[in-house]
Design a protein around this ligand. Structure first.
Ligand SMILES: NC(=O)c1ccc[n+]([C@@H]2O[C@H](COP(=O)([O-])OP(=O)(O)OC[C@H]3O[C@@H](n4cnc5c(N)ncnc54)[C@H](OP(=O)(O)O)[C@@H]3O)[C@@H](O)[C@H]2O)c1
Length: 366
């Protein structure tokens, strides 16, 4: 039976884990709280960056001798492998922890087995406390490891009549400064920000995180099939963050910095590059979460490929009456094929409304 103290400790661990969002990839975000044998808080910690100590190690260091006979609450099954840091299951055993409560099992084949190791050493190991909350906090990493591609959040900013730009292509600024600041938080939590060549051409976006102290800059990616859009001097090529320009295998990209060119096959059907190949390539570079910032044509291709895991729409109380819709052709021609979403959150952001939605169960795993 989980007690109120168990739940409080795990909820704290989940809160701590979230502090690592955007800086731990290719590792997950993990939080850990240790209570001593008398049930008093002894230590806590979270995984801060790949290559650094895991959450359990931070918490064990803080707890010291008080960990002996105590309970460790961890958002993810303690790892069992020696990567850049030692296995956490072993560290918990050596510290004399009597019980380990973890929320979600580790799907990573190289790291799993931590619970078995703990049990073999006589430590009580229990899975499942606040599993849904912990899973939600780590959804990008868990989804990416299960699917072998980054988790994709598509974000757009639209008028109340669903337009993302005016008829003359101007789109700055549909939403409020508050909404735009919120987008910088999304960027800070993502490993990569992706836009299409149409957006790069229209807006010359810089795509970096601004206004968030200590944020790790995401990789900036422009999908520019013919290597004709991003030219030297483009803001996305400044030296504030790494950048990749995804181009077709045969494209002439000599004007681009060599290290910034990512060569990919063309889409099997339709225009542009192969979206699954783009995501596989990013995954191979350690990218576990992508913030897709449009525009509508590229977003349509991602939806058509079944590779949008979450949608965040900022709706401004503005009407345009003409101009492109938030999403272009996504291969859906009849209402029976509409991609139906479940709304998970609606929030007022300044004068705007932020709606978060995820594909309904029928589309999950696509
Ligand atoms: N309000 C908002 O939230 C928001 C966000 C972003 C953009 N915008 C606005 O949207 C407009 C630009 O949108 P857009 O739809 O014209 O361009 P886009 O979606 O940014 O880029 C589309 C281009 O990406 C390239 N691409 C590469 N692979 C592709 C694939 N598999 N499928 C589809 N396209 C692929 C294609 O050009 P190539 O093959 O030639 O490379 C395609 O024309 C601008 O006015 C911008 O201001 C608004």
């Amino acid at each position: 039976m989980d007690t109120a103290a168990d739940i409080t400790a795990m909820r704290r661990a989940i809160t701590l884990a979230a502090r690592g969002l955007g800086s731990t990839s290719p590792n997950p975000v993990v939080g850990c709280v240790i209570l001593d044998a008398a049930g008093r808080q002894a230590g806590e910690g979270f995984h801060q960056r790949a290559g650094g100590p895991h959450a359990e190690i931070h918490a064990l260091r803080a707890a010291g001798e008080r960990a002996r006979g105590g309970t460790a609450y961890v958002t993810l099954e303690p790892c069992n492998h020696t990567g850049r840091t030692g296995p956490c299951a072993q560290a918990l055993i050596e510290a004399g922890v009597a019980r380990v409560v973890y929320a979600v099992g580790d799907p990573n084949p190289q790291a799993t087995g931590g619970a078995d190791t703990l049990r073999a050493a006589g430590v009580k190991a229990e899975q499942g406390l606040l599993a849904d909350e912990a899973e939600a906090g780590n959804v990008a990493w868990l989804t990416s490891v299960r699917l072998g591609r980054p988790y994709v959040l598509w974000k757009y900013a639209a008028t109340l009549d669903g337009r993302i730009a005016a008829a003359d292509a101007t789109s700055r600024w549909i939403t409020s400064p508050e909404s735009r600041a919120d987008v910088h938080r999304l960027r800070a939590e993502a490993d990569a920000v992706v836009v299409g060549s149409g957006t790069a051409r229209a807006d010359d976006p810089q795509l970096g995180v601004r206004g968030i102290e200590g944020a790790v800059q995401p990789l900036r990616v422009v999908v520019d099939t013919g290597a004709t859009t991003v030219r030297p001097g483009a803001r996305v090529l400044d030296d504030t963050a790494p950048t990749l320009i995804a181009v077709a295998d045969g494209a002439d990209a000599r004007h681009l910095p060599e290290g910034a060119v990512l060569r990919l096959p063309r889409a099997v059907t339709g225009p542009g590059l192969d979206i699954p190949a783009l995501l596989t390539a990013l995954y191979g570079r350690g990218i576990r979460s992508v913030l897709l910032e449009g525009g509508p044509t590229l977003a349509g291709a991602f939806v058509a490929a079944g590779t949008v895991d979450k949608v965040v729409g900022y709706l401004a109380p503005v009407l345009l009456g003409a101009g492109p819709a938030a999403l272009a052709d996504a291969g859906i021609s009849t209402i029976a094929d509409a991609l139906r979403l479940d709304v998970t959150e609606t929030v007022r952001i300044g004068p705007d409304l932020r709606i978060t939605a995820v594909p309904g169960p029928a589309r999950k795993g696509n």
